[in-house]
Design a protein around this ligand. Structure first.
Ligand SMILES: [Zn+2]
Length: 536
């Protein structure tokens, strides 16, 4: 049974990989023409025509060659036009394959050389993906409202870049020319605006930290703006004028969010750029230093008690969840989409930490267990590497329940708080894989947690604690039934409030148990496991 499930997981992974559309491979693979260079900076300089839904401009891409080569891979949606790719005065040759653009240089670029090219493009981008990628809408009072949210389909749906997760620029300038009556809110620090004299104004933003491509955002609309501070840090809020009062009331929660996460993980990671919260027509997105918000200025998630246990309505899910990504997702980043649980599992767990900080441990325990009803346990959270495909929804809820389980395996809260803070600090501003996470936790706890990570992230099924009661000898036998080799995890059992910790493994062990079978409990609100009871 164990082998069957492991083999099934491998077969499913192999099937997905070989059935993958070429576009997902081009997008997901970190192949030779990506690995031969290291991004340094982007300067995106574009004009947005809201009437024609038309974009034009250029991205100046600076990178350092890591190996001698004559070609690099960039990406731009196939429906957008490549106008010219300039290397100094030289117009470079290129080949397009689906959404990839392979750029050829007339000479070998030596390792170590820093190169800048201007990638000029134009066209009408297509709406795609869960949040539209880029959308040209009107707000309720009839003004243009243009927004980007492209994590799934990729930033190359609206601008040319090296569209993968492993490599990030160190900094970025974003210059957006739009009709004079509109406002653009992008990432980073607002530098200034320039009237171009032709009915357009250019808005300049500077990102002073590494940034994911998909975090780069345009938010163009009839925005009104108000500000606040938290210590030295600027907080900037943008809403439509008709929602200003609602925004002033609801966005107060950004402060308690920042206080909570700064308590657990240290300073807000992008303080030079400031924290911004921006109203948008979709539910929300974690755009770095420019978090977008569309949760109707109400608590819960779209006014619902999201986890169904009476806790969600105490706070605004989108403000807390999307901002949690500033620490996990934007600062600590997965190097491949297959490891996206590092963004979503952790951000969902940070919701639980926020609840614990704001409303206490009992609410946090109810909140995290409320997520169980949303877990499917059908496919592993970690998907095949090198293939651009979003992992299953379990990466959110099961990911958070796994971290909650890990806290109880560590079984010392002071140690746990230190551990997760050190984990964050160790990998801040870096792009990492699950292997890095496992290695860190193994080293720091001096435990072999690899089978736990494997069971929860690389297998679909939950571990099951099998209990066999023997009335004649007043004892019970117990073992773990799990797919991950060597799975062993301590667990609290017995009577509530008088828990005892046992150390089940894959072989049977036994313990005395005289009371009735039904009185034997497993602390399943502390460990996300199944329990199988048999009476011998
Ligand atoms: Zn998220």
């Amino acid at each position: 049974m164990l082998q069957t499930s492991a083999i099934r997981s491998i077969l499913i992974a192999a099937f997905i990989f070989f059935q993958a559309p070429r576009a997902d491979v081009l997008r997901g693979e970190y192949g030779r023409y990506r690995a031969n260079n290291d991004l340094l900076s982007y300067r995106l300089d574009i004009r947005v025509d809201p009437e024609k839904k038309f974009l034009s401009g250029k991205n100046t891409i600076r990178f350092r060659m890591l190996r001698d080569d004559t070609r690099i891979q960039l990406d731009l949606a196939s429906n957008l036009n490549v106008d010219r790719i300039l290397f100094g005065d030289v117009s470079l040759q290129y080949e397009r394959e689906l959404n990839a653009v392979f750029v050829n240089f007339p000479e070998t670029l030596k390792a170590g050389r820093v190169v800048a090219i201007d990638f000029r493009y134009s066209g009408v981008p297509q709406e795609t993906g869960r949040f539209g990628g880029i959308t040209f809408r009107k707000d309720p009072s009839g003004h243009h409202w243009i927004n980007t949210a492209c994590e799934g389909p990729g930033a190359s749906v609206w601008w040319p870049n090296k569209d993968q997760w492993r490599d990030e620029v160190e900094r970025m300038e974003i210059r957006v020319a739009i009709p004079n009556d509109l406002v653009d809110v992008s990432n980073g620090r607002f530098i200034g605006k320039t009237d171009l004299g032709d009915g357009y104004t250019r808005w300049d933003w500077l990102v002073q930290y590494p940034i994911n491509n998909y975090n780069v955002t345009l938010n163009i609309g009839n925005y009104t703006h108000f500000t606040d501070r938290l210590g030295d840090m600027t907080l900037d809020f943008y809403a439509l004028p008709e929602n200003l009062e609602k925004a002033r009331r609801q966005f107060v929660q950004a402060k308690s969010m920042l206080e909570a996460f700064q308590k657990f993980f240290g300073d807000y990671p992008f303080s030079k750029d400031g924290y911004k919260l921006i109203e948008v027509p979709y539910s929300g997105m974690e755009h770095q230093s420019a978090v977008t918000y569309g949760n109707r200025f109400a608590n819960g998630y779209l006014e619902r008690d999201w986890t169904g246990v009476g806790v969600s309505l105490k706070f605004d899910f989108i403000i807390i969840h999307e901002s949690a990504h500033e620490w996990f997702g934007n600062s600590v980043t997965a190097a491949d989409v297959s490891d996206m649980w590092i963004h979503e599992g952790w951000a969902t767990y940070l919701e639980c930490l926020y609840v614990e900080h704001a409303f206490g441990y009992d609410d946090a325990l109810r909140y995290v267990n409320g997520y169980k009803s949303r877990v499917q346990n059908r496919t592993p959270i970690i998907t095949p590497r090198g293939l651009h495909r979003s992992p299953p929804q379990d990466m959110y809820f099961k990911g958070a329940l796994f971290l909650h389980t890990l806290r109880n395996v560590v079984n010392d809260d002071r140690r746990w708080w230190r551990l997760i803070r050190d984990f964050y600090e160790r990998f801040a501003y870096r792009n990492i894989m699950t292997e890095d996470v496992v290695q860190f936790f193994n080293e720091r706890t001096k435990m072999d947690l690899t089978p736990l990570f494997d069971q929860y992230l690389r297998h679909a099924e939950l571990p099951a604690l099998e209990l066999k009661f023997d009335r004649t000898s007043s004892s019970l036998s117990y073992r773990w039934v799990a797919a991950a080799k060597g799975f062993a995890m301590p667990v609290r059992v017995g009577k509530k409030w008088q828990w005892q910790i046992i150390q089940p493994a894959s072989e049977w062990k036994s313990m005395p148990w005289a009371p009735a079978n039904e009185e034997f409990e497993v602390a399943t609100d502390l460990y996300y496991v199944n329990v199988i009871r048999t009476i011998g």
